[in-house]
Design a protein around this ligand. Structure first.
Ligand SMILES: [Zn+2]
Length: 485
């Protein structure tokens, strides 16, 4: 009797967990991910009709989950963004000194930068180190780049020279510097001397400044870079070694040319939208307090009508999780006292533009928002980590306690200062936490970020943890904490 008395509360707690946990299902999460990564949605580039189709699907799912439209125009909160699409008909090849041609394969040998310009050129290639040009360090000094194509390291040096700070080195800046020196296009290369050199990846990050619509920008694979250097006495590896060891510019005219043919559809301003839905609180007083749970729905799109980047982990996983959690509240008839705003953000990949827009145009007063939860890349990896716990330790602790009573998959590692789409909310003084799996980025922005690579049980576990966390906050026990910087 005594034993049973002790056991009963534990059994009850466990069965509540089991009950609510059953509301988050691996099959339905994966079904959503399958749809979001399907060819029909072509990698969900913000501003494209494919992203819009994903957003319509999100709105439909929010409707089915009983959420009220909360975006301004139905579920949609509109904003304008910069947009660029690589059109069909593109080609890239290396033309060797003997006239022979090596046709390259998009997605493997090269990937266009999201904000590549158009061009139809065959021109010699000059290797120009880091592509830096200032008064203290100049890769373009005594280089004839007129009508040629620059090949430069994608990132800035990991070292520095005395009293010198590198510019940010974003692609648009490197492209502009090369263009100013007479180049007609640019090839970015990863560091060959890294332990695990980065493969060409798709990225729509550009940096500030005007778009050069007639200036192709590609990220090429290391073997292609060495093919281009063939005929000189250098490989890319020993060029990097030479520059990094001397901390001096060293540029090389190659013997080979490349052919680039690409057309893009650029728009300075294109309409896109966040998808926003409201689950009203069931307590007369607490319903005026809000929790935001969000994930970015966009990814980096497709290129040339030949390839698209499915973004299963990044971030079909988080988007599907947010939809699944919305459904779980409805299906489980959860008595949330506080109101919950569910969001699918647009345009994270370019620079968190959807999240920034919502943080600056909240449909409620900022003081009414007690917590923000972000889910980004939650389907691949080996354990659960919750970021920004150093800035919102009480939120982090709620999740940790739930994990301890549950799957025990959450590690201690965390950070401060926000992170991804949590950052714009954190910056405004809203306590935020960021759900992400550990070792999540193996396939990041690659063609291989597909549903079949996901760790499905971990994905279900982190979604369940997010659900139970938002549920607990919505029950009203948590008091809004002061954000630590
Ligand atoms: Zn991404």
């Amino acid at each position: 009797m005594k034993k049973l008395y002790l056991l009963l509360p534990i059994l009850m707690v466990q069965s509540i967990f089991a009950q609510t946990a059953n509301l988050i299902r691996e099959e339905s999460l994966m079904k959503r991910v399958e749809f979001l990564t399907s060819p029909k949605l072509q990698g969900r580039l913000a501003g494209s009709e494919y992203y819009n189709a994903a957003a319509s699907y999100g709105a439909e799912e929010f409707g089915k989950a009983g959420l009220k439209p909360f975006g301004g125009e139905k579920y949609f909160q509109y904003l304008n963004i910069e947009y660029n699409q690589i059109l069909p008909g593109e080609e890239f090849s290396v033309i060797r000194a003997d006239g022979s041609e090596k046709k390259c394969e998009i997605g493997k040998d090269y990937i266009y930068r999201g904000f590549s310009g158009s061009g139809n050129i065959t021109a010699p290639v000059v290797f120009c180190g880091y592509g830096i040009s200032d008064s203290l360090y100049d890769d373009y000094k005594s280089v004839d780049l007129n009508g040629k194509i620059a090949m430069v390291f994608k990132y800035q040096p990991k070292w520095n020279i005395e009293k010198h700070v590198w510019q940010n080195g974003n692609p648009r800046e490197k492209a502009r510097i090369a263009f100013q020196h007479g180049a007609v296009g640019i090839l970015y290369v990863s560091f060959p001397n890294d332990d695990k050199p980065q493969l060409p990846i798709a990225s729509v990050i550009s940096g500030s400044g005007e778009q050069n619509i007639n200036f192709p920008e590609l990220h090429i694979d290391l073997p292609i870079a060495d093919e281009i250097l063939n005929g000189t006495e250098f490989t890319l590896k020993n060029l990097q070694t030479k520059i990094d060891s001397t901390k001096n510019p060293f540029s090389v005219s190659t013997k080979n040319k490349v052919k680039i043919k690409v057309e893009t559809d650029y728009a300075k301003e294109k309409k896109t939208m966040n998808v926003v839905g409201l689950l009203e609180g069931k307590d007369d007083k607490l319903k005026n307090e809000y929790i935001i749970i969000g994930a970015h729905l966009d990814h980096v799109g497709g290129q040339g009508g030949k390839v698209y980047f499915p973004g299963a982990n990044d971030n079909a996983s988080g988007s599907a999780a947010v939809m699944e959690i919305a459904h779980a509240f409805a299906e489980g008839k959860i008595e949330n006292k506080r109101s919950i705003i569910f969001v699918l953000f647009t345009c994270e990949e370019q620079g968190l533009y959807g999240a920034k827009y919502l943080a600056n145009h909240l449909p409620v007063k900022q003081e009414q928002v007690v917590a923000m939860m972000n889910m980004d890349c939650v389907g691949f990896g080996d354990s659960i980590q919750i970021g920004n716990g150093k800035s919102a330790p009480q939120l982090w602790q709620i999740a940790k306690q739930i994990d301890v009573n549950n799957d025990k998959m959450m590690i201690e590692t965390t950070w401060n200062g926000g992170g991804a789409d949590a950052a714009p909310f954190h910056d405004k003084g809203i306590p935020a936490i960021y759900f992400v799996t550990k070792n999540s980025y193996e396939h990041l922005h690659e063609l291989t970020d597909k549903p079949e690579t996901l760790n499905k049980s971990l994905y279900q576990q982190i979604t369940k943890l997010a659900f139970l966390t938002v549920k607990e906050i919505a029950e009203g026990k948590y008091q809004k904490e002061n954000v630590l910087k």
